[in-house]
Design a protein. Structure first.
Length: 341
């Protein structure tokens, strides 16, 4: 098939997306597909052999660095280009907004162009961590307690939110963009400080219109990949000291993946069942990843649903698929075939 692979884009996860899209492109080319790469942030379409991108930096991009990629007209024109129109299918290698929020999917549906991953509704829902948690909690899936605050909140509202968060959620707090990923703009507030709280809010709101404030869930970092209607083995992420942040994710040697995670079988089954339930009740399809934190007492909370998770050959879902006997090339092919189905 003729596949147009979207990668890069204008989000804070641009550098990661370049590598995800490139990894998928190589794998699908090896399966015999004809590949065109398209970066919707620049409008550049290219063949696989023309592509070059450096590995992600160990620190997230600043909002100033991202400013050069913020023109929405270029994104729209890219989706209307011959690279998309002449393809049989669009493969999403994008992360963040736009790309993981349903906007590009809605344009492709208007064009009648098939694409990989979840549909408009599910991507728009799951990119909003706050609303996703409401649905998960209503379905009986445990989630962290949290609050939401908008970019235009006045000082009195911020103060009231701080007092409520400190009293009800406790310290430390997690403060992050409501629709971001890769822990960009995330702060772990470890001190009982309103000034520190406001600085963390400002950072999160640099990357999003809303900031999510959550209780800190102490424990192990777990994730479950979903492929089709199957939960892949539970994977545990360990770090070489510190929190699993952008620096740890994209600095070689700073993290390790343990898959399957060393858990009691009953707990493994419960986490996989909740991951699949979360995926299905939010209407997701194709593939995705559900993140959890496991407390020392054996209880856990579901943190979020990723509808376009990292897809480099060493990302979390590919590692979980490998543990299930599925190669990276086969994983990419099954994602394409699921979109056809």
């Amino acid at each position: 098939m003729k596949l147009c692979i979207l990668l890069g884009g204008p989000s804070a996860e641009r550098e990661v997306s370049l590598m995800s899209g490139y990894g998928m492109a190589k794998a699908l080319a090896n399966r015999g597909h004809k590949i065109t790469l398209l970066d919707p942030a620049t409008g550049r379409a290219m063949h696989l052999e023309e592509f070059h991108a450096d590995p992600p930096k160990t620190e997230p991009p600043t909002t100033k660095e991202l400013g050069q990629y913020s023109q929405s007209n270029i994104v729209l024109e890219s989706l209307m280009s011959s690279a998309v129109r002449e393809s049989d299918m669009v493969v999403f290698g994008l992360h963040g907004v736009p790309g993981e929020d349903g906007l590009m999917q809605s344009v492709l549906e208007l064009l009648g162009k098939p694409y990989t991953g979840s549909n408009v509704f599910s991507t728009a829902l799951c990119i909003d961590k706050h609303y996703t948690k409401i649905i998960l909690k209503d379905a009986g899936i445990p989630v962290p307690r949290g609050l939401i605050v908008g970019k235009n909140a006045h000082p009195q509202e911020r103060h009231a939110t701080w007092e409520l968060a400190a009293a009800e959620l406790g310290i430390p707090l997690i403060i992050k963009p409501n629709d971001g990923g890769s822990t960009v703009g995330l702060t772990i507030l470890k001190e009982n400080s309103e000034d520190g709280f406001n600085r963390a809010l400002d950072l999160a709101l640099d990357y999003s219109s809303k900031a999510l404030i959550e209780e800190f869930v102490e424990g192990r970092e777990l994730t479950v990949g979903i492929l089709g209607r199957e939960a892949l083995p539970v994977l545990e992420i360990t770090t070489n000291g510190g929190f699993y942040d952008y620096h740890h994710k994209y600095t070689p040697g700073m993290t390790a993946h343990i898959c399957p995670a060393d858990l009691p079988s009953e707990l493994t089954s419960a986490i996989q069942a909740d991951a699949l339930k979360a995926f299905e009740i939010t209407g997701c399809r194709g593939y995705g990843r559900i993140d959890f934190r496991l407390r020392p007492n054996g209880t856990y909370s579901c943190l979020e649903i990723n509808t376009l998770p990292g897809m480099t050959s060493t990302s979390l879902i590919p590692d979980a698929a490998k543990a299930a006997g599925i190669s990276f090339e086969e994983l990419c092919e099954r994602i394409v075939q699921a979109a056809i189905a």
